[in-house]
Design a protein around this ligand. Structure first.
Ligand SMILES: C[C@H](O)[C@H](O)[C@H]1CNC2=NC(N)=NC(=O)C2=N1
Length: 115
């Protein structure tokens, strides 16, 4: 059983299925610090990461951006002094795909190694 962050993202197509409610509950167990929010009618994963200053928040933001580019799957990131708010969802399907949970888990790993 591979951990969530080690799973491969699949190339997401417009007709890819959204995660089911059961899958959401199961997957959220692996990323307990994240919440599901609905913005503009689309479900998204959201977590606020905190840092000692702006420079550290920026460095984390750049690390997450690199992860996103490597997978061609991109989050919204709000960068503030001492904070970075990350939101993952799949634009193509207007909601949550397993890829978003995988990338959230990888975002958690990036945070753990940034501290
Ligand atoms: C053209 C480009 O490959 C697509 O727009 C990719 C880029 N990054 C993406 N990121 C996210 N989160 N969802 C997408 O549907 C998506 N699609």
């Amino acid at each position: 059983m591979t951990t969530l962050s080690q799973q491969a993202c699949e190339a997401c197509q417009a007709d890819a299925p959204k995660v089911t409610d059961q899958e959401k509950n199961d997957l959220l167990n692996d990323i307990p610090d994240w919440e599901i929010v609905v913005l503009d009618g689309e479900e998204q994963l959201r977590r606020v990461f905190t840092f000692k200053n702006y420079a550290k928040a920026l460095a984390f933001t750049n690390t997450v951006a690199d992860l996103a580019e490597a997978e061609n799957h991109h989050p919204a990131i709000l960068l503030e002094w001492g904070k970075a708010t990350v939101r993952w969802w799949t634009h193509k399907i207007g909601g949550l795909h397993e890829n978003d949970f995988i990338m959230a888990a990888r975002t958690d790993e990036a945070y753990r190694s940034s501290n």
